[in-house]
Design a binder for this molecule. Structure first.
Ligand code: SF4
Length: 82
């Protein structure tokens, strides 16, 4: 994937240099992120309807975020690259 930088260092996919190590991610509106379970993520992204923001980066989120060290890391079928 193209380079994705992220400063959210409590995410399972975060890497040194603020690099996202996920093989794919899904960015969506906050409303979509709030309403969907962990299994709804990047692997099936082409099947979802577009989710407009409210005109601000503050109303978008990384749906692929997973807290590091939790048992949720396998819920989204995303691979962490080395
Ligand atoms: S999955 Fe999202 S929150 Fe996690 S490191 Fe990558 S861009 Fe950041």
């Amino acid at each position: 994937m193209s380079e994705v930088y992220c400063t959210v260092n409590d995410c399972h996919y975060w890497g040194q240099g603020n690099v996202c190590k996920a093989n794919k991610i899904l960015v969506a509106s906050d409303d979509f992120g709030d309403s969907q379970p962990d299994q709804i993520d990047a692997t099936m992204a082409s099947q979802y309807s577009p989710t407009p923001s409210k005109g601000s980066c503050m109303s978008t989120c990384c749906k692929s975020y997973v807290p590091r060290g939790t048992n949720k890391i396998n819920n989204d079928n995303i691979t962490k690259m080395t």
